[in-house]
Design a protein around this ligand. Structure first.
Ligand SMILES: *[C@@H]1O[C@H](CO)[C@@H](O)[C@H](O)[C@H]1NC(C)=O
Ligand SMILES: *[C@@H]1O[C@H](CO)[C@@H](O)[C@H](O)[C@H]1NC(C)=O
Ligand SMILES: *[C@@H]1O[C@H](CO)[C@@H](O)[C@H](O)[C@H]1NC(C)=O
Ligand SMILES: *[C@@H]1O[C@H](CO)[C@@H](O)[C@H](O)[C@H]1NC(C)=O
Length: 274
């Protein structure tokens, strides 16, 4: 009498465990050879949705990213509130994924809270040129900080950069980046990295609901794009760009249809904001 339920419980436990690790790992594809950024490539952005059935959203999703954030579409609001960050230093590894460089935190690196939900920081990576555009303008680089809630919802913070003064966070990673650029699929432990050193520079941010910008292009991603465009040096950019081993010399997905999605720009009520 007692035996069956126990076996059932044990089975359910392992099934849940398997499902959980699957959901975490399936968020972003890490094998560079499966897709690329070539405009006319059979593995290029226009064909991503045909490569695997699970990547269908890349072709026929209706809430895809990136998008252009033009003034005419943006509603300025104050009710979204500041991004509530509670990041902390944690051990990290740097990984050359072939299509980008990714910094992954191995332990608890803290979280952001959006509308009462906590999203834990997992990794950040860079796209060049930028994927999102503001009033049609594309910038040189875009950082994505990828967070996930306990029930598998994804929230990404995007920060855009143009050429100029060095970015201090990237400066602190330069030696590690140089050491890893020549290795495809290389991974390097980089010790304790403090996500609080990633500078936002403004409390203003755009908010819309979109998708991952790489396969499987999973939708319902909560995007927060920092309004302030920051700077990086050419050297810092080229170091990140070397990671892109395909011929297209870019790892930015083309703009996707907005499909009448609302875009909000959070601006604090108080006057202290620049
Ligand atoms: C892609 O194909 C189009 C049309 O055949 C051509 O005009 C364009 O130059 C090609 N682009 C690249 C990057 O090869
Ligand atoms: C489009 O979406 C539907 C429903 O999710 C799916 O069944 C279909 O296979 C998708 N088409 C492609 C080309 O991925
Ligand atoms: C980082 O890893 C080292 C070696 O495993 C360990 O001693 C240290 O406590 C870790 N630091 C943090 C902040 O997790
Ligand atoms: C915020 O959370 C509340 C309660 O869970 C929900 O009703 C509301 O739709 C959410 N708002 C946004 C913008 O997600």
């Amino acid at each position: 009498m007692a035996k069956l339920p126990t076996q059932f419980l044990v089975c359910s436990f392992f099934l849940l465990l398997a499902l959980h690790s699957f959901s975490v790992r399936s968020q972003e594809v890490e094998d560079e050879s499966e897709f690329d950024y070539g405009a006319n490539s059979t593995k290029g952005p226009a064909r991503w949705g045909e490569i695997h059935a699970e990547w269908g959203a890349c072709s026929n999703g209706t809430m895809q990213s990136p998008i252009d954030m033009s003034n005419e579409r943006v509603n300025i609001v104050s009710h979204l509130g500041r991004l509530k960050k509670s990041y902390k230093p944690s051990n990290a590894t740097l990984r050359n994924r072939g299509h980008d460089m990714m910094l992954r935190w191995e332990d608890e690196a803290g979280a952001i809270e959006i509308n009462g939900t906590e999203y834990v920081l997992h990794q950040c990576h860079w796209h060049s040129p930028s994927e999102h555009t503001i009033n049609g303008r594309r910038y040189d680089l875009e950082l994505h900080m990828v967070h996930e809630s306990e029930d598998g919802k994804v929230a990404v913070i995007g920060i855009m950069y143009k050429t100029g003064r060095p970015d201090s966070f990237l400066s602190s990673l330069m030696d590690h980046l140089e050491a890893i650029t020549d290795i495809t699929d290389g991974e390097r432990a980089v010790g304790v990295i403090d996500p609080r050193h990633i500078k936002f520079g403004s409390r203003k941010y755009y908010r819309y609901i979109g998708s991952l910008t790489v396969p499987p292009c999973t939708e319902n991603v909560v995007w927060s794009i920092v309004r302030k465009v920051r700077t990086v040096t050419r050297e810092q950019m080229s170091l990140l760009r070397v990671a892109v081993h395909d011929d297209s010399d870019t790892n930015a997905r083309p703009l996707q249809s907005i499909n009448n999605r609302p875009i909000q720009l959070y601006r604090p009520d108080d006057k202290e904001e620049n």
